[in-house]
Ligand binder design. Structure first.
Ligand SMILES: [Zn+2]
Length: 85
């Protein structure tokens, strides 16, 4: 059984309680019982720090062409702005 079949944080790769992301059911932070955040690009993250870490990892892996990276960065910034409101 791979980690992808378990609820886990994409940022720090620790296991969470609850359901893997693809099932569409919730996952929870083991220490607090709070619901895990769903990442803008899919998967669970345990904190906004880990959410940003995943985004930085995706940028560092250079998985997008530069135009695409700019669009994704703009979408991420909008997402961040929406959340503080
Ligand atoms: Zn994490």
């Amino acid at each position: 059984m791979s980690i992808e079949d378990k609820a886990h944080c994409r940022g720090c790769h620790r296991l969470l309680n609850g359901h893997p992301y693809y099932t569409g059911k919730p996952a929870y932070i083991p220490e607090t019982g709070a619901r895990a955040l769903s990442h803008h690009f899919g998967g669970w993250v345990c904190s906004s720090t880990c959410e940003r870490r995943v985004f930085e990892q995706m940028k560092a892996e250079n998985v997008w062409s530069s135009d695409c990276a700019r669009m994704v960065a703009a979408a991420y910034d909008r997402h961040e702005a929406n959340r503080v409101r």
